[in-house]
Design a protein. Structure first.
Length: 566
């Protein structure tokens, strides 16, 4: 990860102590605790402080890798290969800082460690209990950030779940203990709640917030500040009322109003003196937050000069959280192209043979995201054929690239039954298959090719023109690979293999010739896109879609070839 370290000097000229901010949530889930934590991280960094941030997840899975995207949303993969919660994506994007496995700890991991120690006899005959053993292990996992990832000025720690959940109790108890064991101004509790607007009463209601803070107090935590998620502005009398019931001044009752883009959240909070109040509580002396570049980024999102449509054809299109990072990557790429990208969600199962035009006739580009399982694969292949033949920009990610290889093998090489070994075992033409050393693996958790791997890019390619570099590193999460037995046949038929692993064994990137923009990648570029640094492939894919649309509406000039970047 990028070098981080303490930027502050303590009172006696020694390195200052790390301060801790704990963020809890109440009333309901999905209020945006991750975005709030990430916004605070951004603001503190913009004040010149060094920051690290983590999420404690109270569920018993060791990691979300085996969880259904329907329940959990996207699995966010880090450089080190750990499969984490999608909030880690917000952390990386807002803080512009890469995370490691230490930034996401689950109850499953905590219990796994404890039970392993118990089986080794490490507790010397003691009865192993939630207090102190589980709470100690939780505290260690928080403090470990300091020792492993480097000392920083502030560590922000988000507690997953909602106050009142049985499973989050040990976590809340652990942070209560941490505050008790630290100096008065070394820790801070921020609680995110909801202040609903009741239409029939014509007013906002503070009771859920009062109850949620009451639940926190019952376990010994008095929050120092409230972030109140609301659809309406919170007037001073309401803030006063909330403050009175929750034992804090109305200044500490911050309005977290619904925003048109999540990237506006830190700016909205900061307008109310959010980070000043944090500095006050933690007794840190730091200059005001310089958010100029962020403001410029938000203004680009809100004032686009172009508008394009990109179709996303996948299996979980009804659950947008499953494609969180892709959605964000399009926002970053749109901002850099002054374009608003409207995403058109197409369920791949709806596309039947010959029927892609109905769904794609009106869009300016197609993205096929990663995925697992055979459902909807034929629709994806069909849609790829359509965009290849109609010269519409295409970006295939992971399974999307694999489908593009299958489509090319079938339609251009005439291998009619080409398919992936993931779906059928007795295939005549498994153009996507399992690497020999993976065949033995039967366990499902963490058995994929995961995390950052380097690739070498052909300088004569659309991909190179995007990156402006021949050596790249990207994050992976897959089991199956391009089958090298078909390399010759497919390349002779025109398919370009423009990105390879450094040893030349694995195909990482494919392109189709005589096409304005057709790129398939075995990795997940969306995981490395950052707000003010859009991912090169997303940036150039959006640029190609803008060109495609211009050509469609004004076909006189030929579509210009992609510009050279880098
Ligand atoms: N299911 C495919 C594989 O395991 C692709 C995975 C993905 O798209 N993330 O290789």
């Amino acid at each position: 990860m990028e070098a981080i370290g303490s930027n502050r000097i303590g009172p006696s000229g020694t390195e200052a102590k790390t301060k801790y901010i704990f963020i809890t949530g109440g009333v309901v889930s999905s209020l945006g605790k991750g975005i709030s934590a990430a916004s605070l991280g951004l603001l503190l960094k913009k004040r010149g402080l060094s920051v690290n941030i983590m999420k404690l997840d109270p569920y018993l899975n060791v990691d979300p890798g085996t969880m259904n995207p329907f329940q959990h949303g996207e699995v966010y993969v880090l450089d080190d290969g750990s499969e984490t919660d999608l909030d880690l994506g917000h952390y990386e994007r807002f803080l512009n800082q890469s995370m490691t496995k230490n930034n996401n700890v689950t109850a499953g991991q905590i219990y796994h460690t404890i039970i392993t120690h118990e089986r080794h006899g490490d507790y010397l005959g003691a009865t192993v209990q939630v207090i102190p053993h589980v709470t100690e292990e939780i505290k260690n996992s928080i403090k470990r950030l300091e020792t492993i990832n480097g000392k920083v000025d502030v560590i922000i720690c988000e507690i997953g779940g909602t106050v009142g959940d049985i499973e989050s109790l040990p976590f809340l108890e652990a942070i209560r203990q941490m505050a008790l064991e630290s100096g008065e101004h070394d820790t801070m509790f921020i609680h995110l709640t909801m202040v609903p607007y009741i239409d029939t009463a014509g007013e906002v209601k503070t009771k859920p917030t009062q109850h949620s803070v009451k639940a926190l107090r019952e376990i010994g935590i008095q929050p120092h500040m409230l972030l109140c998620r609301t659809a309406k502005n919170l007037e001073e009398p309401i803030r006063k009322k909330i403050g009175l019931f929750c034992s804090m001044s109305s200044r500490h009752v911050i309005e977290a109003i619904d925003a048109s883009t999540i990237y506006e959240v830190p700016l909205n909070l900061e307008q109310q003196g959010f980070s000043d109040l944090v500095m006050e509580r933690l007794q840190i002396d730091a200059p005001p937050a310089d958010t100029a570049d962020w403001e410029e980024f938000v203004s680009r999102i809100k004032n686009p000069s172009n508008r394009i449509k990109i179709a996303i054809c996948g299996k979980y299109v009804h659950l947008k959280d499953a494609y969180k990072s892709i959605i964000e990557a399009f926002i970053h790429a749109g901002a850099e192209n002054s374009a608003r990208v409207d995403l058109v969600w197409v369920s791949s199962e709806d596309i039947k043979h010959g029927g892609a035009a109905k769904f794609l006739g009106d869009v300016d580009g197609l993205l096929i995201p990663g995925g697992f399982g055979e459902r909807g694969v034929e629709g994806k292949i069909e849609s790829i054929r359509y965009v290849r033949e109609n010269k519409m920009p295409f970006l295939g990610i992971c399974l999307g690239m694999q489908c593009a290889v299958i489509e090319y093998a079938r339609d251009v090489c005439g291998l009619e039954d080409a398919h992936s070994y993931e779906f059928y075992r007795d295939l005549k033409h498994p153009v996507i298959h399992l690497m020999a050393d993976q065949e033995k693996i039967t366990d499902l958790g963490g058995t994929m090719r995961l995390g950052a791997y380097p690739a070498v890019v052909d300088p004569d390619s659309t991909t190179y023109r995007a990156y402006g570099a021949t050596e790249i590193s990207e994050r992976h999460r897959h089991r199956y690979e391009f089958n090298n037995a078909y390399r010759e046949m497919l390349t002779e038929a025109g398919l370009k293999l423009v990105g390879m692993s450094p040893d030349g064994k694995l195909v990482e990137i494919i392109e189709v010739p005589d096409h304005p923009w057709f790129v398939g990648v075995q990795f997940h570029p969306e995981l490395k896109s950052r707000p003010t640094q859009a991912h090169p492939l997303f940036r150039e894919f959006v640029a190609a879609a803008v060109r495609y649309k211009k050509h469609k509406t004004d076909p006189a000039p030929a579509p210009s070839s992609p510009k050279t970047v880098g």
